[in-house]
Design a binder for this molecule. Structure first.
Ligand SMILES: [Zn+2]
Length: 215
């Protein structure tokens, strides 16, 4: 009876992954916000951005994204199912497991922030992650991360950023990035205002305390 049930499950879902060691056929996280879908298409997570490769938190974001993808298995779906493409020919989409969103899971863990999005769920998740100093937000109070930063209506910048040069008198000068994140602003991708480059002492080697797969 048990053998029959296992055979049926195998027929429906294919062999369990642990019977194919080294043969990873699911989606693969290239970094926190870029995923190679199982069919080879490249997906850029819509509405969020993660620390750039080499910056504190980047590898932690990639590991968490991969842990979420592995935990969800065959339940994964692109949202929307027929996503638009960005300038780099990547699919712009969120990845869902049931009603759970990978983008939201990363923001909740403090390893991504809302980017070019007005999604209120992402903003609420970001505010809570900042308040609790989760993930990379743990370095918000580090003395070497206080800036200052120049704030526009949607983003914040290194004061020398070419995108805000000459406008410093019209823009808000902020010490620290917590207020900018809490108001839904994102770090500029041109000057890579956040997270700051090492040296940040032990934060240069930042790793999350635990990579939970509960998303
Ligand atoms: Zn900038």
């Amino acid at each position: 009876m048990l053998c029959g049930a296992l055979a049926l499950i195998t027929a429906l879902w294919g062999a369990p992954p642990d019977e194919r060691p080294g043969d990873h056929q699911g989606p693969r996280a290239v970094d926190g916000d870029t995923v190679i879908w199982a069919d080879g298409r490249r997906v850029r997570l819509a509405g969020v951005d993660c620390p750039e490769t080499g910056r504190p938190g980047a590898e932690a974001a990639r590991l968490l994204a991969q842990a979420h993808l592995d935990a969800a298995g065959p339940a994964l779906a692109l949202v929307p199912p027929e996503p638009p493409r960005d300038a780099y020919d990547r699919l712009l989409a969120d990845i869902h497991s049931g009603s759970r969103s990978l983008s939201t899971g990363l923001v909740e863990a403090g390893l991504a922030w809302r980017y070019r999005s007005s999604d209120q769920t992402l903003l609420t998740a970001q505010q809570e992650a900042v308040r609790q100093r989760r993930g990379i937000h743990a370095i918000l109070d580090h003395p070497l991360t206080q800036g200052p930063y120049l704030e526009t209506s949607t983003s914040f910048h290194h004061p020398a950023c070419r995108l805000v040069r000459g406008r410093s008198r019209q823009l808000e000068l902020r010490w620290g990035a917590a207020g900018s994140f809490a108001s839904g602003r994102s770090p500029c991708r041109s000057c890579l205002a956040w997270p700051p480059r090492p040296p940040l002492g032990p934060w240069s080697r930042f790793r999350p305390e635990a990579l939970s797969s509960g998303w």
